[in-house]
Write a protein that binds this ligand. Sequence first.
Ligand code: 5AD
Ligand code: SF4
Length: 469
Amino acid sequence: MELNTIERDDIGAAAEDLVVLPAATRKVFVKTYGCQMNVYDSQRMTDALAIDGYAATDAVGEADLVLLNTCHIREKAAEKVYSELGRIRELKAERAKAGREMLVGVAGCVAQAEGAEIIRRSPVVDLVIGPQTYHRLPGVLAKARSGEKIVETDYAVEDKFEHLPQPKRAELIRRGVTAFLTVQEGCDKFCTFCVVPYTRGSEVSRPVAQIVAEAERLADAGVREVTLLGQNVNAWHGRGEDSEEWGLGRLLFRLAEIPGLARLRYTTSHPRDMDDELIAAHRDLPALMPYLHLPVQSGSDRILKAMNRRHMAKDYLTLIDRIRAARNDIALSGDFIVGFPGETEADFEATMQLVEDVNYASAFSFKYSPRPGTPGAEMNDQVPEAVKDERLQRLQALLLKQQQHFGASLVGRTIDTLVEKPGRQAGQKVGRSPWLQPVIVDEKAGEIGDIIQVRITKAGYNSLFAELA
Ligand code: 5AD
Ligand code: SF4
């Protein structure tokens, strides 16, 4: 059965599509690392550059501007950027021989954290721009084109989102039926392992009207599922249309009223900011998908304290009980760090026990990576790499077992699936389950944007296989 289908044929040229833009004379290649917020930011930068006459390209060799949108969360993520810059240096040299320019920009969290150091280490870079100043990109580029090396890493006082241009409707349609929407940025929590408060600055919530307008534009372009983004998304707050102070729960109820938007999600949350209203939204709002990414990082109270997480393991477990009481089919996901400074075998066992107690549907786990400028990097008792490796393997084996168990438990059940895109194999389409798993169906099962009911026939490693119910 089809639910709430939007007729894609209705999506024709709108009045705004008639605005004449400068002819796209230059090309930009954007490469995105890291989290979903970087994916969203890359889109917004592409939109800003489109106004400036840059068309997006997937071929780095033909780009007049190469922009790396970088991640600083772990050492490996940051190092990838420097190896990519090595490859780009050769491409730039080749283009120079052919008399063509190639500007190279580093954006994102490495840009914010390292600033001018990037140009010192990689002279191929022409401009460095941090996440708080993307709206200044066209001006920065104009200077860079005249040969100046630019480092733009202020925490801008003006509202970046107010100044970033909106994408064209045709571009939104091209991007598909699911979309990200940043509602909150930055973090004031200062977990001792984490660079985010330094790279993304302090917590800022976007105003209700701005968020609603953006969600309406997405829905108007055929988007069916919106994921609200924030480093601390459940700390989002703002003055509502009724002049009262809203939290994320209220905002979700408001967004669910927008015609066409069938599914809502949010990520990433901190356990301390899961308030009653948000838990009630999981109980009362059918559009809010039964999936929650709620990182805990460790199951040891001693380590939680050293990480400055501001809660204990039992607070997290009690919270999980309350969330499950509100919505019993909710799938839980989390993040874990093994080998934080001082972590003993007993601390690690406490993490394993917490994972057993919660039973996750999916999870991400990492070896602790000391980040420059964070308190964790200065702590004594750094854990040897071999110990981290061994613990990570044990934890990942347990998490994988739980994930596969969750997938297998769905076989035989009939579930809603949002048809999202063509499959990798001919004759297939890929949908998305309420619990965020890819669902492989026959291409005739539904049109992209339809929400169809399917029966799960098989659970694969990461995805589900299904037939029309
Ligand atoms: N080392 C390892 N993992 C980290 N994370 C954040 N900082 C670090 C670090 N220094 C992990 C956390 C976080 C996720 C996005 O990345 O688990 O929730
Ligand atoms: Fe990486 Fe964090 Fe920056 Fe996202 S916010 S790109 S995860 S450092």
